[in-house]
Ligand binder design. Structure first.
Ligand code: NAI
Ligand code: 15L
Length: 268
């Protein structure tokens, strides 16, 4: 099956952890991969373009989006933080991105949402896309805003979006919680590819995790995307248990899906 369905694909947040992991992988999905971040990350390689832009700068975002047919939007504040930078990057930034997509005719966006949109569900619960958001902080709240904004742009303008509520995407699970939330880089690429290639995406919410035996997420409402994970955190379980202490069940970070994020108070 060909996965190259877009001529020019934009990847934001290209300098970040996931941006670096996806840079080579996403070249298979397009003729030209346009990479963007606000920080310098080196020159364009063959098959690439580089456009530096701060997401809060509407004119820069407009130029970043122009000429692209689809967007993988990873850029932004990626952890809990004071409201000011979250406001600029994740709220104003996502508005600027969708406005530019509307003006320039980009038709499909994969939005890197987060498990922290629903971080205040318990680790004893299994949730699906119909469960209402329960953000565990300002960061999760900003991702919930991005999900709502993208739904509005679908309803009014027909721009299709997959809101991928990424769990924990790192080379390996770092702790016991991540055994449930882990998403391998290869599965992340499979999931993004599925979002970019499925015939009808509409506005969809999909949880981004590998095929982990213990999980809190039910993706049965995203079958139309066709994502089939190939990796699993299970192969790391023994090693993670050996190097981490038994969980304290009275700790909110152990009770809730958002982990330590639920303990972070309002920030100055
Ligand atoms: P990261 O923090 O390593 O990368 C984010 C990138 O966004 C950085 O290169 C940064 O320079 C850029 N950025 C920040 N503010 C910006 C602005 N105002 N304008 C332009 N660029 C800006 O994060 P990571 O891990 O690569 O995550 C990528 C995306 O996936 C983020 O949106 C994050 O919220 C989301 N995500 C990641 C998860 C993970 O496990 N890695 C889990 C859940 C969501
Ligand atoms: C996220 O949303 C963060 O971007 C990432 O750095 C991890 O903290 C991840 O969630 C997680 O919950 O493990």
């Amino acid at each position: 099956m060909t996965i190259k369905v877009h001529e020019k694909l934009l990847l934001t947040g290209a300098a970040g952890g996931l941006g670096q992991a996806l840079r080579e992988r996403l070249k298979a999905n397009c003729d030209v991969l346009r990479l963007s971040d606000r920080v310098d990350f080196g020159a364009a390689q063959p098959g690439e373009e580089v456009v530096l832009a701060d997401l809060a700068d509407a004119a820069a975002v407009d130029a970043m989006v122009a000429g692209t047919q689809a967007i993988v939007h990873l850029g932004g504040v990626s952890v809990e933080a004071p409201f000011a930078p979250i406001l600029q990057a994740n709220i104003l930034g996502v508005y600027n991105l969708y406005e530019a997509a509307r003006k320039h005719g980009a038709r499909r966006i994969v939005f890197a949402s987060s498990n922290h949109v629903t971080g205040f569900y318990r680790q004893s619960e299994t949730i699906n896309a119909s469960h209402p958001p329960r953000p565990d902080g300002l960061y999760g709240l900003s991702k919930a805003f991005g999900e709502d904004l993208s739904r509005f742009y679908f309803d009014r303008y027909g721009i299709e979006t997959a809101c991928v509520r990424i769990g924990s995407s790192f080379p390996e699970p770092r702790d016991r919680r991540m055994l449930a939330s882990w998403l391998s880089f290869d599965d992340l690429h499979r999931l993004i590819t599925a979002c970019l290639t499925t015939p009808v995406l509409g506005h969809s919410i999909v949880f981004g995790m590998s095929n982990n035996a213990v999980t809190w997420y039910d993706n049965s409402q995203a079958r139309h995307i066709g994502y089939v994970p190939q990796d699993s955190s299970d192969v790391f379980r023994e090693a993670v248990y050996a190097r981490t202490p038994a969980p304290d069940l009275s700790d909110p970070a152990v009770q809730f899906q958002g982990g330590a994020f639920v303990r972070m108070g309002p920030m100055e």
